[in-house]
Design a protein around this ligand. Sequence first.
Ligand code: FAD
Ligand code: DLZ
Ligand code: SF4
Length: 516
Amino acid sequence: MVTGTSSQPKYDNLILILGDQLSLDLPALQAGSPQSDIILMAEVTDEVTYVRHHKKKIAFVFSAMRHFAAELQAGGWTVRYVRLDDAGNSGSLIGEVERTLSDTPCRQVMITGPGEYRLKSAFQNWSEDTQHPFQMLEDHRFLATHQQFADWAEGRKQLRMEYFYRDMRRQTGLLMQGDKPEGGKWNYDAENRKPAEDDMFMPKPLRHEPDPTTQEVLDLVQNRFGNSFGTLDDFWFATDREGALKALDHFVETALPQFGDYQDAMLEGAPFLYHSVLAQYLNAGLLNPLEICRRVEAAYYDGHAPLNAVEGYIRQIIGWREYVRGIYWLKMPGYTQENFLGADRDLPDFYWSGETDMACLAAAIGQTRDEAYAHHIQRLMVTGNFAMLAGIDPYQVHEWYLAVYADAYEWVEAPNVVGMSQFADGGLLGSKPYAASGNYINKMSNHCKTCAYDVKVKTGPKACPFNPLYWDFLIRNRDKLGKNARLMQPYRTWDRMSDDKKAEYLDSAAAVLKAF
Ligand code: FAD
Ligand code: DLZ
Ligand code: SF4
């Protein structure tokens, strides 16, 4: 219950800023005024523990919040910053709003629309219950508004990213020559599938030494959440906008030119390859999507990076990122519960421990534990592919991804996991499941060379587990997938196999599934 609201308001607006709203151009900051408003930022256990967040993600968010609060104060704002260990911390964001109102009356509470549905609806419910004046502003740090995406989706049979992306190219003018795409093609993805070699020069993302603020947060997280997933060792993320901008420059200088060619590659001991490792900064608000794209576009016109790299990179941000956000808000609530294939197995323990003889999974999960990071193909074709082939409950898969990556917020994670990687939405995002046998991983990585299993062996104890699981997945789900035009070929191959071969595959898959 809100108390103290009847007394004379001390401030006009109480502006709540969330841990992923760390942008000076945030709508609530633009609408407010340092002269008449007070800002609230709060570290709360509810946000830390609603999934088993990686320790590095918690540390990143808290340190970035503290740096941002200091920046706001330096800019003349009054900031009430609640630290996790502060006496009286209620443990929830709504609790902290109420606590503030009770000792510091404010005419109105103002927030920028939260990125996750659960928080948005919690605030809407709160405002209805308390009747305290409340304003929620649309988050305009994206290219497409919810309404714009809904209008685009209206009446379409299929929501294909490619068409949405072209609209975003036209809207932003990025890589456009008049109304034509630069180079004559919209999409250079076909050129972006080279495997990487062990002896290639490998750039590294820019590392930032923890300053005293970050060090203090690291100690706090170790003390309070020491049992949470992941390690805090060697924390190197930037935690303010200045550092994030330097990381962007460093990526453009060192890795962007190869980003396209090796976008789908995986390499043992090379967790970042030519990826930007900027999503955690972008999603927390330290960088803006359009400024990243303009910087990357300039690298093309300066002759520093080729078109396949630049177009591929811009597509990820103005195409995929905006598109998955649109899908999330179009389909929530309910989207995270979808389970088209009826998968119901529990997530194997090795997703948390990393202890598995499968070299590709051990590498992806090991670096996830160490860095709170894995790149797209590891997320999609290793951990995601395995979970789907093994029939893991997609909700458990969704919770795992939301917890373990520094860049994970439900609006971007859920469509990628539930839709793209698990096909749990029945094909809204992808026209077919991203299911692959060991052959794909062998083609795109060198993991199989050191694996305890043999990727060329199809069945039996030495066989790469992805091989029998691939067929088991297709056969198990034939009633749901059998009519998919893009799966006709594998189903035909299956139908031509001898009964003995089929039985070998299914028995091997059963043995794999029994082992965890
Ligand atoms: P880069 O490879 O350098 O790509 C550049 C940028 O493009 C990224 O920083 C990101 O902002 C954007 N981007 C690329 N692909 C996507 C995509 N499919 N959806 C949305 N944005 C994209 N991305 C997240 O930001 N948060 C998540 O929680 C998340 N979960 C994922 C789960 C699964 C199963 C899959 C398959 C993908 C997921 N992605 C997620 C998308 C993508 O894997 C990450 O954005 C990317 O790996 C982040 O690393 P990077 O910054 O080095 O990206
Ligand atoms: C991810 C996160 C964490 C770990 N902790 C906090 C927090 O203590 N306070 C806060 O305001 N935000 C935090 N966040 C980010 C929120 O979870 C995020 O703002 C919502 O999920 C909406 O996207
Ligand atoms: Fe992964 Fe199979 Fe290759 Fe091992 S053999 S690394 S399990 S794809």
